[in-house]
Design a protein around this ligand. Structure first.
Ligand code: FE2
Length: 397
């Protein structure tokens, strides 16, 4: 898969977060350590444009600053008896590109596994939703006029060159879209022609303008959606609302009486007290974790885990998966368990082994069921792996 990591974008991580993150734009020459075409290339986009399943809004075409209507490059086809009204016609896309249009592939992290992994690497660090968008522009075409976007951006030049002008973000930022004239912006803070492997960082609302030069330009925009304090605090409040005391139903119409007002103030005080009692680091870790696992960055190995279970040897080391297991009552030598929505009953010794398998601990398939043959224990271990309770101790989580 991709060999690039966060330092390929920012260099020294601590320096990036101290000096640039959310403050000012940054340019890094030859920032990527490997061949940027391993991430995405013009060749790969020739392949993608022929994959019928990639259609609007994953692919869009822009000409002279406005979007080309989808009808201009799609047609109706029948797939497995179902009408698909917007299948892309590659020849039409090529025709528009020859005429000077920019082709954009949005949310490529939902389509191309390498892009998914790249998004995930970045989401791990910035703890917010991350999407990758590819822009391909023919030689010598103007891009968009100066504007700012509501998202943080890493721009990675993959092929060709593109001239960029960046200005420092305005003093007051609203997280919105806006356009500018060159006159009102004045001298840019950064003016540079990006070459393959170069990287730009734009805090949200950084005004920017770009234009392709003498050759086809392909660049990747990694878009990160900043989570403001209001977004984060809303999540903490939502968590506090899970308490039953906020489920009471007051009458607040004209017959409410004085007690309603007092109850209202009581609930507000209760909410503040609840929020005030949170341990800041624990709660921030929880919020960061939510940000790392948003749509567009998830991944899993469940098929591999289930398939691997079929071939377990008796001495294979196994560990508990991340799935929550509830242990219930024991009766007639069997213990009730609830895992991944399934209710199962396992022999008591098996439940004891599972309960004792803490973080970092492992047991061989033959040891999962103490007191029976290694063969029978291995069969039990296979069953538990198929249910998502156990996995190979060596596999990445
Ligand atoms: Fe933009």
């Amino acid at each position: 898969m991709v060999d690039f990591d966060f330092t390929d974008l920012v260099g020294d991580e601590a320096e990036f977060f101290a000096e640039y993150f959310n403050k000012k734009p940054m340019f890094r020459k030859s920032s990527l350590s490997g061949d940027p075409r391993e991430l995405l290339s013009v060749k790969k986009l020739d392949e993608l444009v022929h994959l019928e399943v990639i259609r609007p809004p994953y692919i869009k075409v822009n000409h002279n600053g406005t979007g080309v209507p989808e009808k201009g490059y799609t047609r109706s086809v029948v797939v497995q008896g179902v009408n698909v009204t917007d299948s892309v016609v590659p020849e039409k896309i090529y025709e528009l590109f020859r005429a000077g249009a920019t082709v954009t592939w949005s949310s490529l992290n939902q389509v191309v596994p390498e892009m998914r992994e790249f998004s995930r690497v970045i989401a791990q660090k910035v703890a917010c939703r991350t999407d990758t968008v590819a822009f391909m522009t023919p030689a010598g075409r103007k891009g968009y006029p100066p504007h700012h976007d509501p998202v943080e951006l890493f721009i990675v030049q993959l092929e060709g060159t593109k001239a960029w002008k960046l200005w420092n973000p305005p003093a007051v930022r609203h997280g919105d879209n806006a356009s500018y004239t060159l006159e009102e912006l004045g001298e840019p803070a950064i003016e540079v022609t990006l070459e393959p492997g170069d990287v730009l960082y734009l805090p949200y609302n950084t005004p920017h303008a770009a234009a392709a030069e003498g050759q086809v330009s392909l660049h990747l925009s990694v878009m990160m959606r900043p989570r403001m304090w209001k977004d984060l605090i809303r999540l903490s409040v939502e968590e506090a609302f899970k308490d039953q005391e906020f489920n009471e139903y007051p009458h607040i119409g004209e017959h409410r009486g004085a007690a309603a007002g007092e109850s209202f103030k009581d609930k507000l005080r209760a909410l503040v007290a609840r929020l005030d009692s949170l341990d800041a680091d624990t709660e921030l870790d929880r919020l960061a974790d939510l940000g790392r696992h948003m749509e567009g960055s998830s991944h899993g190995t469940t098929f591999q885990t289930i398939a691997a279970a079929d071939g377990f040897a008796q001495d294979v080391p196994l560990r508990r998966t991340g799935a929550a297991v509830e242990f219930g009552a024991s009766e007639n030598g069997r213990t009730q368990m609830r895992v991944n929505g399934h209710k199962i009953a396992v022999p008591e010794p098996v439940a004891s082994t599972l309960a004792a398998l803490g973080t970092g601990a492992w047991a061989t398939a033959a040891e999962i069921f103490p007191g029976v043959s290694a063969e029978r224990s291995t069969k039990t271990a296979q069953g538990l792996a198929r249910l998502g309770v156990l996995e190979l101790a060596g596999q990445p989580g």
